[in-house]
Write a protein that binds this ligand. Structure first.
Ligand code: PGA
Length: 260
């Protein structure tokens, strides 16, 4: 049975490497008792070496929060896939809605995926609608995001891909505003259908589909039990060790296999 996967997106919440390393160490201590869930921490770029050092010799993995769409060269301010890899990351978040809101297009996302793949990084691809429409039009937006990101020569193999479904309207809110498990399940089934077009059904089932957007200890249990998800992408609640641990404990629960 596949392990659940939980990614902590620290955004710009954690700013000092001492704080980041202390949080990582605390998680490392508590995680030793928790099996059944893989954890990935995504600190800001300058914190990656400290966090990676703090969790070395554990199963905790490190991800970048984004990467350059370029490989190398005269690109002031950019961070390449190889730089991420060399500083201790083995994965990278791509296409987060907060970056799409700053102007990243599907084309950029596709170029980033190609670079991430070339550097050997696992890709955590974020998709999600800005609004939920009664007509169901948001489903085609999600399908377009997926198809555009995964088309062309840079398409990652299923083993290197994670999908994070994050309805933009839920991000940063409290659990009461998160998507309900039945709606999450509906979206996840739809995403799996689109993935199957590209990868075939058997391969598509190997791709973890996470839910993100207002995941807190209060709703993590029901989302795992009834949302059909393989795990979570957690923002604000991942910076509070007690809250994050409760989410991890819920995610590790074996009540339901995420892969039908
Ligand atoms: P949130 O953020 O958990 O704070 O809603 C999730 C995300 O943006 O990845």
């Amino acid at each position: 049975m596949a392990k659940r996967l939980v990614v902590a997106n620290w955004k710009m919440y954690i700013e000092r490497h001492e704080t980041a390393a202390a949080l990582a160490k605390e998680l490392k201590r508590k995680l030793s008792k928790l099996t059944g869930v893989d954890v990935v921490l995504a600190p800001a770029f300058p914190l990656i070496p400290a966090v990676s050092m703090a969790v070395r010799k554990t199963s905790v993995r490190i991800a970048g929060q984004t990467l350059s769409k370029f490989e190398d060269g005269a690109r002031t301010g950019e961070v390449s896939g190889l730089m991420l890899k060399n500083s201790g990351a083995s994965a990278v978040i791509v296409g987060h809605s907060e970056r799409r809101a700053e102007g990243e297009s599907d084309e950029d996302v596709r170029a980033q995926i190609k670079q991430a793949g070339a550097a050997g990084l696992r890709i955590i691809l974020c998709i999600g609608e800005a609004e939920r429409e009664a007509s169901g039009a948001h489903f085609s937006l999600v399908a377009d995001q997926l198809r555009r990101a995964l088309s062309g020569e840079g398409r990652p193999p299923a083993s290197k891909l994670v999908i994070a479904y994050e309805p933009v309207w839920a991000i940063g809110k409290s659990a009461a505003f998160a998507m309900k498990p039945a709606e999450v399940e509906e979206s996840v089934l739809y995403i799996r259908k689109i993935l199957a077009e590209t990868y075939g059904r058997a391969e598509a089932l190997r791709i973890p589909v996470l839910y993100g957007g207002a995941v807190e200890p209060e709703n993590a249990g029901e989302l795992i039990a009834d949302g059909g998800v393989s795990g979570f992408l957690v923002g604000h609640a991942s910076t509070d060790p007690a809250a994050f641990l409760r989410i991890l404990t819920a995610a590790a629960s074996r009540k339901q296999d995420p892969h039908p």
